[in-house]
Design a protein around this ligand. Structure first.
Ligand code: NAP
Length: 526
């Protein structure tokens, strides 16, 4: 086998190597090293400056619609190499085809979505926010808000679990806005991001400097931020706090969007009967969320809230479905769940299960863990594990610890108010889903959960087969959540563009302001 290569970074308009072999990227199915990544010695100060000076200027020579067209070309370039992305995702992330679909096809779909809706924005290079309004006795003295693209660079720091989608869902909105991208994927899975960016660079789609990539540790990246830059971060809450507290961010008032971890809940409504269609939809969704990407989705269901009188039946139904999931080598088409990303992650998940077990009993874990085409010693495999909280009042760990793997805990509730209160105890989450046949209860749940969640999915049987899933993020809807989830907002259609624009209040005479607003574009209402 050829020796694993060290991945280069693309900065200051050229591919550059770190000054060492660097950190190993592994194949979690067999533990072999597949590549290395190093950023040692790279001049990140100059690299950020190049993005701002060259990339920013070039991108803003053209307007929104032309930049939207570039996103369409990126989507086409990525679609042309789809098989390659599937291969890398399998090798470096242990992804099954279904897992990769979310990351790779999600990337292409998101780019195409922004290419399409961005095309309607025309040649403008600023956003209008309402019409000019009179400010004083003289009706001709008026004021208006507009949005002007940021002057700096958008640093996008991503988590290991979505090396493709995490890159492009951020880059699409930033590039459309006219702000150059400086992408920093998680080191452990940066190979996919690296080859995707290489494909886009080779296809010569983007103006020079408008996209850069750092493979390996962030080193002193944040020290060189300036006014007008922005940081969009996805990852753990701890790292998010470090980024917010970093000197570069604090001293220059750099805006930061944080997408952090989350204790998402699925609620089974009090009206749902054993064996009903709603119960089946609920069980299917919990199992899908636990096993897709081996539970390594920030939006995955971690807490399964069920009426106390349904706890036994629901737990048994979920356990029975989990026992049917084949775990092993994602290359085998029979396999429904692959490994977690590496041995360190497996250890962290195993420790998490032990900690949860202090307040919950293990209701399902494969006792006889037979892997398909894989070796349990070499690979980073974890059995899907369902826990059952003994009592809803006793579940502090369940409401505090995110175990980032194929793990969820059933928590019983005695009243609908108690269920909403438990969901809120996650401290702010990305997504909640509610399954019921009672539309009045679903509406009540949306309001009750709305101020502690970024997204609420309400499933009645009419959409049981057609909804997109508890954990699937759509480009047209907001992604983010309050509190522990980071307090950020991404996507949400064109509204995500505001993060990359400075909102400015402009005062002047009526005709002057009318001319400014005439050159800007009002975003369509969400
Ligand atoms: P992580 O350890 O926090 O790392 C995330 C990213 O931050 C990586 O690119 C990492 O680089 C970088 N980083 C680490 N320390 C940094 C620092 N001091 N300054 C700047 N960058 C730094 O998270 P992870 O293990 O990759 O991902 C798992 C977590 O992400 C889970 O908690 C999950 O819930 C969360 N997540 C949230 C969302 C969401 O949308 N809310 C989505 C996916 C995942 P290196 O890899 O080089 O260390």
């Amino acid at each position: 086998m050829a020796e694993a290569k060290t991945l280069q970074s693309y900065i200051s308009g050229k591919w550059q190597s770190g000054a060492e072999r660097g950190s190993a990227l592994v194949n979690p199915t067999d533990g072999s090293t597949v590549a290395y990544a190093s950023s040692k010695g790279l001049d990140l100060k100059s690299a950020l400056h190049y993005s701002r000076r060259v990339g920013g200027a070039e991108l803003r020579k053209i307007g929104y619609a032309q930049r939207a067209a570039l996103l369409g070309k990126i989507a086409d370039a990525l679609a042309a190499k789809r098989e390659r992305w599937y291969e890398i995702s399998r090798i470096n992330s242990g992804n099954t085809k279904a897992d990769t679909g979310i990351d790779v096809d999600g990337s292409i779909g998101t780019l195409k979505y922004f290419a399409k809706i961005g095309a309607a924005l025309g040649d403008a290079n600023s956003l209008a926010d309402g019409a000019p309004a009179r400010l004083a006795r003289d009706a001709n003295f008026q004021g208006v808000h507009i949005g002007v693209p940021l002057s700096g660079v958008a640093v996008h720091i991503n988590a290991f679990n979505f090396p493709g989608w995490g890159l492009w869902e951020k880059a699409a909105v930033s590039l459309l806005s006219g702000v150059p991208v400086f992408a920093k994927p998680a080191t452990s899975t940066c190979w996919l991001a690296q080859e995707m960016i290489a494909a886009v660079v080779d296809a010569n789609i983007l103006p020079d400097g408008s996209i850069s990539l750092l493979c390996g540790s962030p080193n002193d990246l944040l020290d060189h931020l300036q006014m007008g830059d922005a940081v969009a971060f996805t990852g753990s809450a701890d790292t998010g706090q470090q980024i917010k507290q970093s000197a570069g961010v604090r001293e220059h008032g750099v805006r930061v969007n944080i997408e952090a971890d989350s204790l998402n809940a699925a609620l089974l409504g009090p009206d749902v009967a054993d064996g009903s269609a709603s119960m089946n939809y609920f069980v299917r969704e919990v199992v899908r969320e636990m096993t897709l990407k081996a539970g390594q989705k920030c939006t995955a269901i971690r807490r399964v809230l069920v009426p106390a009188e349904r706890e036994k039946a629901t737990t048994e139904a979920i356990a029975a479905a989990l026992s049917q999931v084949k775990v092993g080598n994602p290359e085998n088409a029979e396999v429904g769940m692959g490994p977690v990303v590496n041995a360190a992650q497996r250890k962290s998940v195993e420790e998490g299960i032990r900690t949860l077990s202090k307040q919950a009993r293990v209701a399902y874990q494969a006792s006889d863990f037979k892997l398909v085409d894989a070796d349990a010693q070499a690979g980073a495999f974890v059995s899907p594990t369902l826990l059952q909280a003994q009592d809803s009042s006793d579940g502090s760990i369940v409401n505090e610890l995110e175990v980032f793997g194929p793990v969820a805990t059933v928590v019983p509730y005695k009243s609908k108010e108690e269920a909403f209160a438990i969901a809120r105890r996650g401290g702010g989450s990305l997504a909640a889903s509610v399954f019921s046949e009672d539309s009045a209860y679903l509406a009540e749940a949306a309001i009750a959960l709305g101020n502690s969640h970024g997204r609420v999915l309400l499933v009645d049987p009419s959409i049981g087969d057609s909804h997109t899933g508890h954990g699937i993020v759509l480009p047209s809807l907001l992604h983010g959540g309050p509190g522990r989830a980071g307090g950020g907002e991404e996507l949400g259609g064109l509204h995500g563009m505001w993060f990359y624009h400075q909102r400015v209040a402009v005062q002047g005479s009526g005709p002057t302001l009318a001319a400014i607003v005439g050159r800007a574009v009002e975003l369509p209402k969400a």
